[in-house]
Design a binder for this molecule. Structure first.
Ligand code: C2E
Ligand code: MG
Ligand code: MG
Ligand code: MG
Length: 278
């Protein structure tokens, strides 16, 4: 027992672990200053309607340009921000930036374009989320149906809260999408109960769809459910033409992925419009 305890102590103070913890603390410390130092950037990934070949909307994705480490993936810092609460001001900044940018595109003549913004768990439980979004829409003079909020299945575990929150958001007029659909707690019951406008099929199902029958069956089922429940459906992570062919056959009209475009800087988007709408 003595030896075991020693072993645990050793593990706890193992040098590599120390390093990880230290890195995390440093990152968290830097994250506190990132907003005021203007280190965040938003990139936008086009979402395409395969029938018309046109960009219908874009997903806003955050990037952090760390002064020393360079670009850091949201997969690394969003969970940190979620834990320490910084996601609340960061999320507000994200929504405001995306809405202002969309308004600018509308003013440039791309009037049918929509924008999707990812919500995090903490934001979804934020007391003043609805008021904040209302305020941002008004101040950016953006009509609410052009803004879509992406939630994940894991946020919907508290069914009463979800119904309440989603109805308040729908009252504002914004759209709701379920991101990474199929990877979380998927109950068909909630699909019926929640006011959802769009399902985003997780890219893990798309990846091997041409060789994996199970993935193909799942995608086919999701598209069918969406079509029957009169929701829109979009496939994430489309990288190859054969994946696109499969989705076309399944009548999945909307796609997002590297095949069309990676996330791009806002000033690049008008160029893509010309490319696609020529
Ligand atoms: P997500 O919302 O599912 O976003 C899609 C991710 O897939 C993006 O990664 C995008 O760059 C990537 N992607 C798009 N097309 C392809 C493709 O064809 N192949 C592959 N392999 N990847 C593709 P990104 O930008 O690194 O974001 C990762 C995740 O971080 C997002 O996943 C989202 O959950 C989160 N995130 C990003 N921005 C925000 C934000 O502003 N707020 C919150 N709460 N979360 C965010
Ligand atoms: Mg998303
Ligand atoms: Mg996501
Ligand atoms: Mg996703």
């Amino acid at each position: 027992n003595e030896a075991k305890r020693e072993g645990q102590r050793f593990k706890r103070f193992h040098p590599t672990m120390d390093k990880q913890l230290l890195e995390r603390l440093v990152l968290e410390h830097d994250l506190h200053k990132a907003l005021s130092r203007d280190e965040f950037l938003v990139v936008y990934q086009p979402q395409i309607d395969v029938h018309t070949g046109q960009i219908i909307s874009v997903e806003a994705l955050i990037r952090w340009n760390h002064p020393v480490r360079g670009w850091i993936s949201p997969l690394h810092f969003i969970p940190l921000a979620e834990e320490n609460g910084l996601i609340v001001p960061i999320g507000e900044w994200m929504l405001r930036t995306a809405c202002r940018q969309l308004k600018e595109w509308h003013n440039q003549g791309f009037t049918s374009l929509g924008v999707s913004v990812n919500l995090s768990m903490r934001q979804f439980f934020q007391q003043d989320l609805v008021d904040m979004i209302d305020r941002i829409l008004k101040e950016s003079k953006l009509s609410s149906p052009y803004l879509e909020l992406e939630i994940t299945e894991s946020m919907t575990m508290n069914v009463n809260h979800t119904i309440d929150m989603l109805h308040k958001l729908k009252k504002l007029g914004v759209k709701i999408a379920v991101d990474d659909f199929g990877t979380g707690y998927s109950s068909l019951l909630y699909l019926k109960e929640f006011p959802i406008d769009r399902l985003k099929i997780d890219r893990s199902f798309i990846r091997d769809v041409t060789t994996n029958k199970h993935d193909a069956a799942i995608i086919s089922m999701i598209v069918s459910i969406a079509n029957h429940l009169e929701m829109e459906v979009i496939a994430e992570g489309v990288e190859h033409v054969d994946q696109l062919d499969f989705l076309w056959e399944q009548q999945c009209r909307q796609v997002q992925g590297y095949l069309f475009s990676p996330p791009i800087l806002p000033e690049q988007l008008p160029l893509h419009f010309h490319e696609i709408q020529k």
